[in-house]
Write a protein that binds this ligand. Structure first.
Ligand SMILES: *Cc1c(COP(=O)(O)O)cnc(C)c1O
Length: 384
């Protein structure tokens, strides 16, 4: 076994031309206009929430994704928080999501006073399973006066938040269809999937509202940052309003008509974001090339490598392999980390965390299997 482990370590060290030092799971790469734009933002003195880079970044996101409206935010969690407000999620509602996600997905559900309802992932996409969702809703839920209710708790289910795990798009058509039949609003947690497409259309353009992240460990970064996308003009306007303290425009008066948030992306970060957007396609080409190499390597070892689902184009944010069982996974984690190679397990399932362990769950066997066996491997973009 350690012979096989060693082949993986050797491959990673050769790929990154890094014979000894530490190799991160995902680190950013600044080889374009990053310095130029950030210096320009400083020189302009517009470093905060107003400035041309914020507007430019929002235009670039609209053009790149095809979304009708884009609103830049301080981070992806803030984007997702506002997305849930825009989707109409209210206190004591249930919000469907997958147990295998980053904790921010569930935290924002809590911020609006709702609770997650966990539905299993699909083995192929590693994101929310359309079949499991349909089965759960058919067995446990009903529609009354146009709203979905979970029968045994008598709680309203207002939204469903599928997450495009590691950049691989979920089964969007099927999930949208099931949710439509129960009048459940879809909010895509597209934090990890900038550049990923489903049937040729960009993720984050299917749900009523969606959220992307540009955190330092994502495919492209603005230091910290996020963006809300929607095709609904009213919600697009409201997104900008709520993220800017809900201030009523006026040349000098301070009036606010909602509880708002200081969630706007600063111009300094937007400068970085614009330069990274220019690199996005080249980064994804590189990431897909690396994914292909990992796929060949693990294929020869008889291990299952997570490939982009049918009908999708994945950004391959993180590359993932299934080991045979939890013991083998743990052995690989110990082996690789002892050699300063940052392999990582997937997140502990959300339904096991103390904040969410009383939440309603469907059958979660696929998520449990993935938690036991999946390892994320170093996936940074190598110098072009
Ligand atoms: C990164 C991430 C977020 C949050 O983004 P931040 O920019 O770190 O706030 C939310 N959901 C998922 C699935 C993520 O991976």
């Amino acid at each position: 076994m350690s012979e096989q482990f060693n082949d993986v370590i050797r491959f990673i060290r050769e790929y990154y031309h890094q014979p000894e030092g530490p190799i991160a799971l995902h680190e950013p790469l600044f080889i374009g206009n990053e310095r130029k734009y950030v210096m320009d933002a400083i020189d302009s003195t517009f470093v905060s929430s107003i400035g041309k880079y914020v507007d430019r970044f929002e235009s670039m996101v609209k053009e790149y994704t095809g979304a009708g409206h884009a609103v830049a935010t301080a981070n992806g969690s803030a984007a997702l928080h506002v997305a849930l407000i825009l989707a109409g999620v209210k206190r004591d509602d249930l919000v469907i999501t997958q147990p295998m996600t980053f904790v921010a997905t569930c935290n924002v559900i809590n911020y609006v006073g709702a609770d997650p309802l966990f539905i299993d992932i699909d083995k192929k996409t590693l994101g929310l399973s359309a079949a499991k969702l349909k089965e759960f809703l058919n067995q446990n839920c009903l529609v009354s006066k146009g709203e979905a209710f979970h029968k045994s708790s008598n709680r309203r289910i207002s939204a469903c938040v599928p997450m495009h795990t590691f950049g691989h798009p979920v089964e969007l058509d099927e999930i949208m269809d099931v949710c439509k039949s129960y009048n459940i609003v879809v909010v895509e947690d597209a934090a990890e999937s900038i550049g990923s497409k489903y049937k040729g259309k960009h993720t984050g353009t299917f749900g009523l509202v969606s959220a992307f992240s540009l955190n330092g460990n994502k495919t492209i970064t603005s230091g910290g940052g996020g963006v809300i996308t929607t095709n609904n003009a009213t919600l697009g306007k409201l997104a900008k309003h709520l993220t800017t303290q809900a201030k009523v425009p006026h040349p000098w008066e301070f009036n606010h008509d909602h509880v708002g948030y200081n969630y706007r992306m600063p111009n300094l970060n937007a400068a970085l974001a614009c330069a990274q957007m220019e690199m996005l396609d080249r980064f994804i080409d590189k990431k897909r090339e690396l994914a292909n190499q990992y796929k060949t390597l693990f294929g020869m070892m008889g291990l299952e490598f997570a490939v982009e689902p049918k009908d999708t184009y994945s950004n391959y944010w993180l590359n993932n392999v299934f080991f045979r069982d939890r013991d083998e996974r743990d052995a690989f984690l110990a082996y690789s980390n002892a050699q300063k190679i940052s392999a990582r397990p997937v997140w502990t399932l959300m339904n096991k965390l103390p904040m969410f362990n009383n939440c309603i769950c469907g059958d979660l066997s696929n998520a449990q299997d993935a938690e036991n066996r999946v390892i994320s491997l170093p996936s940074s973009v190598k110098e072009l």
